[in-house]
Design a protein around this ligand. Structure first.
Ligand code: FAD
Length: 376
């Protein structure tokens, strides 16, 4: 690392975007170190050995954006397929579209409302419980959609996702529960959406192919930090608390465990992601990756699924979703102030900022960091 003036920690989307700009816009060499044995961070994909189906190792990733700058940048390296994401949820032995829409409501209640009738119906349902000043998430949700829809689609899923009864979560977590008056089932409304045609692994390979980009895998920043020249600029996309040796305490994360299963059928659940809303089903979702590439001619007679289980992250667990308790928010502010005093180190990405970021937001934040703080 001794010859590099720019060192990026983390080969995920944030680090990769910054490195690509340094390599092609500034025309300078850049090193990327990542502790994992692959590039791509949490967007990484692999071809399943048994079925030949491309799997997203850290959970289903759908690219979607309304930002032209992001779209123009990413499409230099990949084309996208025509996949449009739809989420279904299984509750009490039946399957419903999510987010809650006209079809969900009609089929849940066994009625036949028109789009113009749904608002008044839901308001009347919500009014039955007469929650005036919601004191927690449960009361807030009931005040917005009524108890039956809350108990079916929100209570169990939230309990599993956060291991906390919604009664013990703050009401402010939701300001408005989106339910659709139409039968629209596309999960995202952005003009540009899809899955990279060649998969995420190939997309990252294409970006990293630039001759100025030098990648060092299986390399933990903290093990090589002493080799970094004092005048080099470091772009750090690892966990911010770890950078400062957890001086103000650890920031809390949720992690995910996946259980891979191969089934001797061509289609296991008829969709890419099925949520499980019943509180007594221990998993939150099942991902079936073959559906993400309708354009591919995957072999019939075998499909692979990942069952997703959510729990509190501890020790070496991969961080997935920031918990954001009031204590976390206070700690984050302390880390943020400290990181501003660090010379020659810029912090970014979902781990560096302790923030859930969609892929397009990650790319935009990286492009802006490059423009404002790196480009000379
Ligand atoms: P990461 O991808 O986490 O990359 C950070 C990298 O830093 C990692 O590779 C890590 O190994 C490395 N690192 C950390 N510490 C060190 C160290 N000490 N030394 C060396 N390397 C280190 N976004 C969407 O737009 N659509 C989706 O459908 C979508 N689905 C998602 C599903 C899940 C379950 C999750 C958790 C996220 C999803 N996202 C989705 C968000 C997407 O994953 C992020 O936008 C993206 O991963 C952020 O990239 P990053 O570079 O900030 O972080």
């Amino acid at each position: 690392l001794s010859g590099f003036k720019y060192i990026v920690v983390g080969a995920g989307l944030f680090g990769t975007t910054v490195a690509e700009r340094i390599a092609s816009d500034m025309g300078l060499p850049v090193a990327i170190v990542d502790r994992r044995d692959h590039i791509g961070g949490n967007c990484h994909s692999v071809t399943d050995a048994d079925t030949g189906i491309e799997c997203h190792v850290y959970g289903t990733h759908i690219f979607h954006t309304k930002r032209r700058r992001v779209w123009d940048w990413i499409t230099q390296f990949t084309q996208f397929n025509s996949y449009r994401h739809k989420v279904l949820t299984r509750y009490d032995g039946r399957v419903f579209p999510m987010p809650i829409n006209l079809t969900t409501i009609n089929s849940f209640y066994g009625i036949d409302l028109a789009p113009s009738e749904v608002e008044a119906f839901v308001l009347a349902e919500a009014a039955r419980d007469r929650v005036e000043e919601p004191a927690n998430l449960e009361e807030k949700a009931i005040s917005l959609v009524g108890r039956p829809l809350y108990e079916a689609f929100i209570r169990g899923y939230t309990l599993k996702q956060w291991e906390t009864d919604p009664k013990n979560l703050p009401a402010e977590v939701i300001t408005r529960l989106p339910f659709r008056h139409s039968r629209e089932v596309d999960y995202f409304t952005d003009p540009w959406q899809g899955i990279p045609l060649g998969g995420y692994a190939e997309m990252f390979k294409a970006i990293h192919a630039h001759e100025n980009i030098h990648v060092f895998l299986n390399t933990d920043y903290f093990a090589v930090r002493d080799m970094i020249p004092a005048d080099a600029t470091v772009i750090y996309t690892g966990p911010v608390d770890r950078y400062f040796e957890n001086r103000f305490g650890e920031l809390a994360w949720r992690t995910i465990d996946f259980e891979r299963e191969v089934h001797p059928v061509s289609d296991y659940q008829g969709t890419s992601v099925m949520n499980y809303a019943d509180p007594d089903t221990p998993w939150t979702r099942i991902h079936e990756y073959r559906h993400l590439h309708p354009e591919r001619d995957y072999k019939a007679g075998g499909t692979v699924t990942f069952k997703e289980f959510s729990r509190h992250a501890a020790g070496q667990d991969d961080p997935y979703y920031p918990v954001n308790t009031p204590a976390d928010i206070e700690r984050l502010e302390q880390y943020r102030q400290l990181s501003e005093t660090e010379t020659n180190v810029l912090f970014g990405g979902r781990l560096g900022g302790y923030k859930y970021l969609d892929m397009d937001t990650t790319i935009l934040a990286a492009l802006e960091m490059f423009d404002e703080k790196i480009k000379r």
